[in-house]
Structures are given as C-alpha cells and as structure tokens.
Design a protein. Sequence first.
Length: 147
Amino acid sequence: MIEAMWIWGAIGLILLALEMATGTFYILWFGIAAICVSIALWVFPTMPVAMQFAMYAALSLGSLAIWKLHYKKTETHSRIGQAQGEEIGRVGIMIEAAGPHQNGKIRFTQGLMGSREWVAISSQPIEAGSDATVIAVEGNALRVTKL
C-alpha cells in the first residue's frame, strides 16, 4: 500500500499543477499545505489521520486567509509599456467634428496607445481641422476639449 506521505505529496503536486494552469493563486495555498503535510509525515511517520486532516485544513485555510488580507490588487486592466496618464494633455487634430450629441475622430502625429486615430468625445462643439487636447480616456474613446 502507498504511504500517506506520498499520497499527500501527490495531492500537493496535482494542486500546484492546477494552479499553474489557472493562475488564480487560490489553489496554490491548498497545494502548499498538502506538501507541508507530506513533509510532516516524513518527519513524524506515525501521525494520526485526523491530525493530518486537521493540519491540512489549518494550513490551507490559514495561509489563504493571510494572503487575502495582505494582497492588494492595484489595477484592473493592463497598461503594459505606458506610463500612467501619459495620454492626458496630448494635442491632436480633429478629423471629424465632435460635440455633445455626436462623436468625432481625432488624429495624432505620433501614435497614442498604439493608434494614430481615436474616437473623440466632447461636451462642447469642436470643428474638423481644429486642435484638441485629451483630458480623459473613457473606454475605447478619448474625451477631448478644444485647444
């Protein structure tokens, strides 16, 4: 029969492999706890089964709770390769008029966030051909104001 130490080790490795496949960081703590129980069984081979399960529960739930208390997610979307707020203040030329009731288009001489042309939203009328400044990013559009 397979020793309990190897069973806990296999469970731990399976859970760590699942964590690598999902990348959620939740399964990680359960896998580490199972490996810790396996190591404890290597050191104390006569540990009762009830103690193994109690140790596993305490380690996995305790480490998960500690991680949740200290983990702070700072941003919900990725802005790889950009400084925060780099697009604010950039000046472009309106190629389609924009106003409170219609979206326009703005073009930049140098690409902004990977594109030269963007949908422009404005609360004031801005004619085509005039300069405009970016004041905010709203989804896939730029909020602009007349320069």
